[in-house]
Design a protein around this ligand. Structure first.
Ligand code: NAD
Ligand code: UGA
Length: 469
């Protein structure tokens, strides 16, 4: 019986291991984490992350072949395969601050694996890491080894939050990179056999280590590049009278371009796009490829521009002053169907509005009040100038009220900003909302979810990204 241990029970480690346990009843999977709070939640009825379908999968396997534990060293020592799925945030100080990946958690995991291991192991990079990380990990593992064979594999994860279970059940592909040695190839086969229990073999791609590591960064850079491209077009649409939804539809019909990931928005968020592109930029710079670095950096510049543009539009539409005006913020998570707020554009938009003295009523169906306050009060890290992080003034935060419905948020408000595309926002009773708002009543739709014409007929002044004004 194969024993798997996964270090890190977060958005990736938890769902990924739950699905492996579900699809492979003969494998014993233990997820370990240093966070007692997270492990306690994984063992409870209220899982630490909201993800459609996750509860069912966990309930079916937990206590049978899926376990969650804080006994990190014990389970690592007993495992045949150790996945490492710890966080790899952007460095905030020291060499490479603002761009390079902080591999502190990864390195301490590798050192611990080397220390506690008594038998041979396959160590799998599940976290997103800079290309060539496996080389460093190998050095740590083999330097400390007591004649134990460690094989390192790169098996990056491509799931998206909100659709993680579906993505894991039916992945477009699984990528496994390993050394081109007999030992490396044997390790690849062991991991491939696990995935092959539910993933068609032609979808399991095996490469060398560096291709697998770089493909993960490349995939995220290409995905984010599409969003910044359509967002750049949205600005031009507004200036010319073109409609960005019509443009996306028209270009997406070209099979070489494809229809997905062309939704203009207030900007992309999430824990990974910005972090991974900055990481890519840093690697390019370290390799003397400044032109390539600048090309990828533009994607983040356009994303920042899109968020700033949205705030400027709100202020300029409301007679250049929002001081003392109440604005309803509908949606705070970085996308629908998740409670995750990491790098959500809502943070930048709310801070921009608070900087102009607005009063905010914030509603999100999944993000708790405490999290919203925490996100808005944390100093904003400036990736371009790492030494200049910007803090909110505590008085501004007194202007924030977190409420429990869209109707409560919009009552007596001057304007509404839609920042997350939650399905419930599409079917709101906008006539009722309009009747309870100050006039003129504004809607600023950062996700293109509302029917612009219908709202204008009700009487709203509507601004929708990339649509004629
Ligand atoms: P996360 O912060 O949700 O989870 C990481 C977990 O690792 C935390 O619970 C933390 O307590 C734990 N941890 C850190 N150091 C540890 C140690 N030494 N021992 C035990 N536990 C430790 O992060 P995440 O969103 O799951 O992302 C993990 C990695 O996967 C990142 O590299 C990320 O880039 C990548 N990734 C994330 C996503 C996503 O959708 N979130 C998708 C693909 C890839
Ligand atoms: C993304 C990738 O899609 C995953 O393949 C990858 O594994 C993951 O990053 C990761 O490495 O962390 P995720 O960030 O969870 O997944 O969600 P996405 O659906 O990619 O959305 C990211 C952001 O882009 C969201 O803020 C979303 O609203 C925005 N977006 C997405 C747009 O603005 N327009 C689009 O057309 C698509």
């Amino acid at each position: 019986m194969v024993k798997i241990c996964c270090i890190g029970g977060g958005y990736v480690g938890g769902p990924t291991m739950a699905v492996i346990a579900y699809k492979c009843p003969s494998v014993v999977v233990t997820v370990v984490d240093i966070s007692v709070q997270r492990i306690t939640a994984w063992n409870s009825d209220k899982l630490p992350i909201y993800e459609p379908g996750l509860d069912d999968v966990v309930k079916q396997c937990r206590g049978k072949n899926l376990f969650f534990s804080t006994e990190v060293e014990k389970h690592v020592a007993e495992a045949d395969i150790v996945f490492v799925s710890v966080n790899t945030p952007t460095k905030t100080q020291g060499l490479g601050a603002g761009k390079a990946a902080d591999l502190t958690y990864w390195e301490s995991s590798a050192r611990m694996i080397a220390d506690v291991s008594k038998s041979s192991k396959i160590v799998v990079e599940k976290s997103t890491v800079p290309v060539k990380t496996a080389e460093a990990i190998e050095k740590i593992l083999t330097h400390n080894s007591k004649g134990i064979d460690f094989q390192i594999l790169s098996n990056p994860e491509f799931l998206a939050e909100g659709t993680a279970i579906n993505d894991l059940f039916m992945p477009d592909r699984v990528l496994i990179g390993g050394r081109e040695t007999p030992g490396g190839q044997r390790a690849i086969k062991v991991l491939k056999d696990i995935y092959a229990q539910w993933v068609p073999e032609e979808r399991i791609i095996c490469t060398n280590l560096w291709s697998a590591e770089l493909s993960k960064l490349a995939a995220n850079a290409f995905l984010a590049q599409r969003i910044s491209s359509i967002n750049a077009m949205s600005a031009l649409c507004e200036a010319t009278g073109a409609d960005v939804s019509q443009v996306s539809h028209a270009i997406g019909k070209d099979s070489r371009i494809g229809a997905k990931f062309l939704n203009a928005s207030v900007g992309f968020g999430g824990s990974c796009f910005q972090k991974d592109i900055l990481n890519l930029v840093y690697i390019c710079e370290c390799n003397g490829l400044s032109e390539v670095a600048n090309y990828w950096k533009q994607i983040i510049e356009v994303n920042d521009y899109q968020k700033r543009r949205f705030v400027n539009r709100i202020v300029s539409s409301m007679f250049n002053t929002i001081s003392g005006k109440r604005i309803a913020i509908l949606g705070f998570s970085f996308k629908k169907d998740t409670g995750d707020t990491r790098e959500t554009p809502a943070i930048d938009v709310c801070r921009g509005l608070l900087g102009d003295q607005a009063q905010l009523n914030i509603y999100d169906p999944q993000v708790p009040e405490q999290q919203i306050h925490k996100d808005l009060s944390m100093p904003k890290y400036n990736w371009n100038y790492p030494v200049h992080s910007v803090s909110m003034c505590p008085d501004d935060l007194k202007q924030v009220r977190v409420v429990s419905s869209a109707y409560e948020a919009t009552k007596d408000a001057h304007g509404i900003c839609i920042l997350t595309e939650w399905d419930e926002f599409k079917s709101l009773n906008f006539q009722k909302i309009y009747d309870n708002m100050q006039k003129p009543a504004y809607v600023f739709d950062g996700r293109n979810v509302v029917d612009v014409e219908k709202l204008r007929r009700i009487g709203f002044v509507v601004y929708s990204i990339g649509k004629p004004l």
